[in-house]
Design a protein. Structure first.
Length: 358
């Protein structure tokens, strides 16, 4: 699509958002426009979830595949009854414990939800965000908002208004600038339509937390042919340079990453290294960007997407990324890194990488 819109940036207080900016953004949404806004996870790109034409504009602005479903954001639990049907008791338990917050529930879709929002599926993904700006905007619009991350499809998700404008300036009507998003990775998506709850996308609510309430909870593979949740089929979160993810025990990962970086530097390539504070010092072999502290995966999650975008600014030829332990929030971080790597993943053992998928 052509970048022919004058995108407005409306600054708002993230705790007590100004009424004028929120009402103006609500009017844009009511006219079928698109507004990016902060949530506690990342910035979302909102449209009236009940207006198929408005929702179709999300796909156009992002360059998003039409079979990749969207998440509907609500301001109160009562709205879910008008959007979904046959809501199971487990959903009520989860809403009691995690809403508002970074948990998306997949439920049977009701008749009010247009197929553009569900990507033609019979299910609906819905959550109640935990951010004053997001909740105020939904209230001002008076309708639920379909809102994927506010970035070009496949790019790292935005955690600041500046990231949104890097990708979508001229493609959307407005962005509400409420400062940095806090959590840094998207919500957990939990499918409740089957016999056993299934995590379709790990996020801010961990499998361990869900199992404490529900008992058995499965985790679906990162990629699937028919996506039931955002991010299941396509490569996501990718910087411009190819990313190779090195997984394994910290010592083995550090040794293999150093060897790979030296190999690539000797070939004349500009190497980016995504690392954590407290890891090995890689400064002699590449451009190092720290995403957080290994012992605190929440900090890595918060800094991940900004770190990936930083490599674009550094104009590296390839990125070598340290893996984390994939438990707790670390599972969400590893899910995003595996998507960014698009299956370019190696263990801490000898390997050669020439810029293509090994």
């Amino acid at each position: 699509m052509e970048n022919n819109l004058a995108t407005r940036c409306l600054k708002v207080d993230p705790v007590r958002p100004e009424t004028g900016a929120i009402l103006e953004a609500g009017r844009i949404l009511n006219r079928g426009g698109l507004v990016a806004f902060p949530t506690e996870t990342v910035y979302g790109l909102g449209a009236n979830a009940l207006d198929g034409r408005a929702v179709a504009r999300i796909f156009e602005a992002k360059g998003r595949p039409a079979d990749n479903p969207l998440i509907v954001h609500v301001a109160c639990r009562e709205e879910v009854k008008h959007l979904a049907k046959n809501i199971p008791p487990a959903a009520e338990i989860l809403m009691d414990n995690f809403w508002p917050g970074p948990l998306t529930l997949v439920l049977p879709a009701g008749a009010a939800v247009p197929p553009e929002t569900t990507a033609g599926l019979k299910t609906l993904a819905v959550r109640m965000p935990r951010h004053p700006v997001a909740l105020a905007l939904i209230g001002a619009a008076g309708v639920p908002l379909a809102a994927p991350s506010a970035n070009l499809s496949g790019r790292p998700s935005p955690t600041t208004a500046e990231h949104v404008l890097q990708d979508l300036n001229g493609r959307i009507e407005a962005v509400l600038d409420g400062g940095p998003a806090g959590m840094g990775v998207e919500s957990t998506v939990l499918d409740l339509t089957g016999f056993v709850p299934v995590i379709l996308r790990p996020g801010g609510v961990t499998p361990e937390e869900l199992r404490e309430l529900l008992g058995e909870v499965e985790v679906e593979a990162a990629f699937g042919d028919r996506p039931r949740s955002p991010g299941m089929k396509y490569a996501h979160y990718a910087p411009k340079a190819p990313l190779l993810l090195v997984e394994g025990a910290p010592g083995a990962v550090a040794a293999r990453l150093m060897e790979l970086a030296r190999e690539q530097k000797a070939l004349g390539r500009r190497v980016g290294i995504l690392s954590c504070s407290g890891s090995r010092d890689y400064a002699s072999v590449g451009e190092v960007v720290l995403a957080g502290r290994r012992e605190n995966p929440e900090t890595v999650a918060a800094g991940l997407y900004a770190a990936l975008r930083r490599f674009d600014e550094l104009d590296v030829d390839l990125i070598l990324a340290e893996g984390l332990e994939d438990s707790g929030v670390g599972l969400a971080v590893m899910n995003r890194l595996r998507k960014a790597a698009d299956r370019r993943i190696v263990a801490g053992s000898p390997v050669s990488f020439n810029g293509k998928q090994p």
